[in-house]
Design a protein around this ligand. Structure first.
Ligand code: NCD
Length: 306
């Protein structure tokens, strides 16, 4: 058994390690029955201190499909956090029960902090506040490879809440490692990409824009996001910004035939439901692909093979 590995942010894995995850995810997708016992006897702890549908259910399904079992909570109100237990104590306890953990937490840096308490259990960051969400990135990269057959030389528009949208932060960190990608950051001024992230992409070709219609025609990928209501201090500010972008048929007419629309989901109003039947809108396929990526990730961190 090698050094204990965690997955807290995309850079924790090299490009080559991501490649091997893509290959494994692909093989699982093609031959699922070959993998249905490879985690027999293993237990995944699913520690969700913040709401989730896709991330939690896809991790839990992933472990079930690998033959393992799942313990955990979907709501901190059902854990001893309400009694005042610290994150460190919860983790040290869970480490005694489970082989691998998945944590989502409202505080930025919580998943990184978690690694400080652990000595035997690998932990996966399923979202820490408005900071990072690396398994959504794994999902996103698998989706991009499936529809564009490459991760380089792409023009990607990120649209919506680039300030609080952790999926955007993680995907940018991953895509900037591949050559010739261009980022178009589409947001109102109030929701621009934070400065620390802008500093990270100084060497990458990027621009900021407010008007989606002005830039949509050149994009290979349009990554739409929800305005992150739960991160706003002012309800009025959220109300003012929440419908800033609504992708509809009229705007999609301007886009390329092979542009894909991605979204980490949940969607609120930012993509009109009329577009769901447009083959370029791949967000539900994206959500499904994420499950195979998570199966591959669990196998890698547990160091299991078939
Ligand atoms: C995202 C998240 O939790 O950051 N959802 C997800 O995991 N697919 C995006 C969001 O909540 O808007």
């Amino acid at each position: 058994m090698g050094r204990l590995r965690h997955f807290i942010q995309p850079q924790d894995f090299t490009i080559e390690e991501f490649e091997s995850l893509f290959r494994l995810a692909n093989d699982i997708l093609s031959n699922p029955s070959n993998y249905s016992h490879c985690c027999d006897g293993k237990i995944l702890a699913s520690l969700f201190f913040e709401p989730s549908t896709r991330t939690r259910l896809s991790f839990e399904t992933a472990m079930n499909r690998l033959g393992g079992r799942v313990i955990g909570f979907a709501d901190p109100a059902a854990s001893s956090t309400t009694k005042g237990e610290s994150l460190g104590d919860t983790l040290r306890t869970v480490e005694g029960y489970a082989d691998i953990g998945v944590i989502r937490h409202p505080k930025e840096g919580a998943a990184h902090l978690a690694t400080k308490y652990l000595t035997t259990m690998p932990i996966i960051n399923a979202g820490d506040g408005g900071h990072q969400h690396p398994t959504q990135t794994l999902t996103d990269l698998i989706t991009i490879r499936r529809f564009h057959q490459r991760l380089e030389g792409l023009k990607i528009g990120f649209c919506g809440d680039l300030k609080f949208g952790r999926t955007v932060h993680s995907l940018i960190r991953a895509l900037k490692r591949y050559p010739n990608n261009q980022f178009v950051l589409i947001s109102p001024e109030e929701l621009q990409l934070p400065e620390y992230m802008q500093n990270e992409i100084k060497e990458t070709n990027y621009c900021e824009e407010e008007d989606l219609s002005e830039v949509i025609e050149d994009l290979d990928i349009l990554y739409m996001t929800r305005v992150q209501k739960e991160r706003f201090v002012s309800e009025a500010e959220y109300e003012r910004l929440k419908d800033f972008y609504i992708l509809n048929e009229e705007k999609m007419k301007l886009a390329k035939e092979d542009m894909i629309v991605m979204h980490p989901l949940p969607r609120v109003n930012e993509i009109s439901q009329d577009l769901d039947s447009d083959p370029r809108c791949v967000y539900f396929k994206q959500a499904k692909l994420g499950m195979y990526g998570r199966m591959a990730l669990i196998m890698k961190l547990l160091e299991v093979e078939i």
